[in-house]
Design a protein around this ligand. Sequence first.
Ligand SMILES: *[C@@H]1O[C@H](CO)[C@@H](O)[C@H](O)[C@H]1NC(C)=O
Ligand SMILES: *[C@@H]1O[C@H](CO)[C@@H](O)[C@H](O)[C@H]1NC(C)=O
Ligand SMILES: *[C@@H]1O[C@H](CO)[C@@H](O)[C@H](O)[C@H]1NC(C)=O
Ligand SMILES: *[C@@H]1O[C@H](CO)[C@@H](O)[C@H](O)[C@H]1NC(C)=O
Ligand SMILES: *[C@@H]1O[C@H](CO)[C@@H](O)[C@H](O)[C@H]1NC(C)=O
Ligand SMILES: *[C@@H]1O[C@H](CO)[C@@H](O)[C@H](O)[C@H]1NC(C)=O
Ligand SMILES: *[C@@H]1O[C@H](CO)[C@@H](O)[C@H](O)[C@H]1NC(C)=O
Ligand SMILES: *[C@@H]1O[C@H](CO)[C@@H](O)[C@H](O)[C@H]1NC(C)=O
Length: 427
Amino acid sequence: MNSLVTLALAAAAVAVPVQPRGGGDDYLVSLGPRPYYIINNMTDGPLKTKLQSCENLPQTINKFSIGHRGGGTLQFPEETKQDEDAGARMGAGILECDVSFTADRGLVCRHSLCDLHTTTDILLRPELASKCTTPFTAANDTADANALCCTSDITKAEFSTLCGKQDGFNASATTPEDYQHGTPDWRTELYDTCGTVLTLDEYIDLVDSYPGHRDFTPELKTPPAQVPMPFSSAYVQNYTQQEYAQDMVDAFRNKSIDLSRVWPQSFTYSDIVYWLNNDHEFGKQAVYLVEFDTPADLLAGTNNLTVAKAAGVNILSPALPMLLSEGGPDNKTIVPSAYAHAAIAAGFDIIAWTFERSGPLATVKAREEYYFNSIANITSYDGQYYEVLDVLVNQIGIIGLFSDWSATVTYFANCFGLKGPVGGSYT
Ligand SMILES: *[C@@H]1O[C@H](CO)[C@@H](O)[C@H](O)[C@H]1NC(C)=O
Ligand SMILES: *[C@@H]1O[C@H](CO)[C@@H](O)[C@H](O)[C@H]1NC(C)=O
Ligand SMILES: *[C@@H]1O[C@H](CO)[C@@H](O)[C@H](O)[C@H]1NC(C)=O
Ligand SMILES: *[C@@H]1O[C@H](CO)[C@@H](O)[C@H](O)[C@H]1NC(C)=O
Ligand SMILES: *[C@@H]1O[C@H](CO)[C@@H](O)[C@H](O)[C@H]1NC(C)=O
Ligand SMILES: *[C@@H]1O[C@H](CO)[C@@H](O)[C@H](O)[C@H]1NC(C)=O
Ligand SMILES: *[C@@H]1O[C@H](CO)[C@@H](O)[C@H](O)[C@H]1NC(C)=O
Ligand SMILES: *[C@@H]1O[C@H](CO)[C@@H](O)[C@H](O)[C@H]1NC(C)=O
């Protein structure tokens, strides 16, 4: 053995061992290289020093870290078993399933009722493709390729035969095969190897099976205009939004999941009010999602924060750009927005979304990337991911953050000793 190898082995022997963590099982939380890459790209200062001080500490599961559509969505097909597995492995303490319904009133994990044509291989399955609300039409000289396939077009059993893939499509496609591609180049199709789609029941069992006692965050998706409610099909008649909201509760109750582990979400305020009034155990931990993109909506949304608070909503969940502004001398500093101050003043706990969905920060301004649009003028390098997270945590005081790459958030949360939302603590 040459002396360099001996030295390396000696160094390895004294390095801090990484302890398996999670429920006492032999389950190793594994963060991979990305947090280190981001830290290395930070501007020198106290925040960078603090984060560097955690580089060799053991990592634990952390409920501050919420796996968005699974938690490995930056690389893995969203809402699949492989995506949940990735988020769980990267220490996400809460894992998401977006809940959509099928023609036969089944509940399945899909981010939109009508995204099957871009997130699955349905167009390659002629017998199912023919059931799509809008079957595939090829691009030609005057029109893009087109399709619209909804979970409500097929049964739960049919849904379960699909393969999950990266959300993307090729507008120039002349065949369904070509239409499958179109993933942004900073994502990857490496794992488009027939991702395992999940029903809500399968997701509950899966998340419950991970070591470390994870929590659930199901989001009741608001059906788009193409799927008017109440919904009728060959299998159901006049299925109402309230029945749908109740079905999501019942899926957890039927499996005897302790509801202190469940953080139900919706953008539709009436869903939140329904849970608060009809199943308070469920509603008191509900996460009211908000996205106001115009100044008028933002103003209305700011003015009515007190309405939601008075109705008993405890947790507010705004999009990242609503929480951040350019400020300080010359507008060169990332600061909490006026909306963030209003939400804090109204007394909400805040969970934000979505981290790691934006690709390289050097190009967010040119790409008019949604999540950084309120600070795009002063965003230009990836080290700023942690500067943003520092403002969210240490100036706004958010209690959780959805992320497409859970490791990035788990690392920060563990380094700062964050705990995330505490189940059972709300009334
Ligand atoms: C961060 O990365 C950018 C490239 O995106 C580079 O220009 C800059 O020098 C890097 N900063 C540090 C501190 O490494
Ligand atoms: C192009 O496609 C559109 C939509 O499918 C169709 O309405 C139109 O007739 C097509 N045009 C030609 C020249 O084929
Ligand atoms: C998109 O479809 C067009 C037409 O079939 C094809 O020429 C092109 O290579 C496809 N692009 C991708 C990224 O697959
Ligand atoms: C569904 O709603 C329609 C229209 O309101 C009504 O005519 C029909 O009787 C309803 N069907 C059931 C089974 O409730
Ligand atoms: C819950 O269980 C009841 C009784 O078995 C059943 O009728 C219902 O369909 C179940 N609901 C869901 C959403 O699982
Ligand atoms: C507050 O206003 C926004 C924007 O108009 C609206 O979408 C939302 O439903 C309102 N929320 C409440 C609690 O009234
Ligand atoms: C900072 O930006 C705000 C909003 O765009 C603007 O009203 C303000 O004048 C700017 N302040 C400075 C110092 O440039
Ligand atoms: C970014 O800079 C442009 C051009 O200077 C300015 O018009 C715009 O208001 C700025 N955006 C924000 C959010 O301050």
